[in-house]
Design a protein around this ligand. Structure first.
Ligand code: HEM
Length: 133
């Protein structure tokens, strides 16, 4: 079997999620592990649940051996078009939402500061009037 390098879209790879047709994505590479399902020491279930997503973290979390990494080369069928990956960190908008928060926060601190002053002022005012009488 000659392994021609091909770029696959995430959508295309996701379709191969069955026991007789199982592709997984690890570190930007696509592997057709269908022939390996029965031989995988971790079982076929984990491989099947690793389809339809970027399984890099799942694969790395196990701490696969160099032997495992060597074995997977046999099943390499191409690369994933990273632009089609849904889980890539989405663009985070600039923190405009925190601006109004800061505004109302400033308003609150102003009130918190003014209210005791107002009470103090009233108290002093009362004392002043009481003294006069
Ligand atoms: C082509 C891809 C893969 C290959 C060649 C492979 C190969 C192996 C091998 C050789 C082992 C035995 C332990 C070792 O040598 O590290 C193993 C164990 C295991 N693998 Fe994979 N694996 C692959 C993908 C995955 C994926 C995507 C998962 C996702 C969860 C997974 C989960 C596991 C688990 C749970 C074990 C058992 C660990 C244990 O019981 O100690 N593997 N794998």
């Amino acid at each position: 079997m000659t392994s021609e390098s091909k770029v696959h879209s995430f959508e295309e790879v996701s379709k191969h999620n069955k026991k007789d047709d199982c592709w997984i994505i690890i570190s930007g590479k696509v592997y057709n592990v269908t022939p390996y399902l029965d031989d995988h020491p971790g079982g076929d279930d984990v491989l099947l649940t690793a389809t339809g997503k970027d399984a890099t973290n799942d694969f790395e979390d196990i701490g696969h051996s160099d032997d495992a990494r060597e074995t997977m080369k046999k099943y390499y069928i191409g690369d994933i078009d990273t632009n089609t990956l849904p889980d890539k960190p989405a663009y985070t908008p600039p923190p405009t939402s925190s601006a109004p928060k800061q505004k109302s926060g400033g308003m609150m601190t102003l009130l918190q500061f003014l209210l005791p002053l107002l009470i103090l002022g009233l108290a002093v005012g009362f004392r002043y009037f009481n003294k006069k009488e």
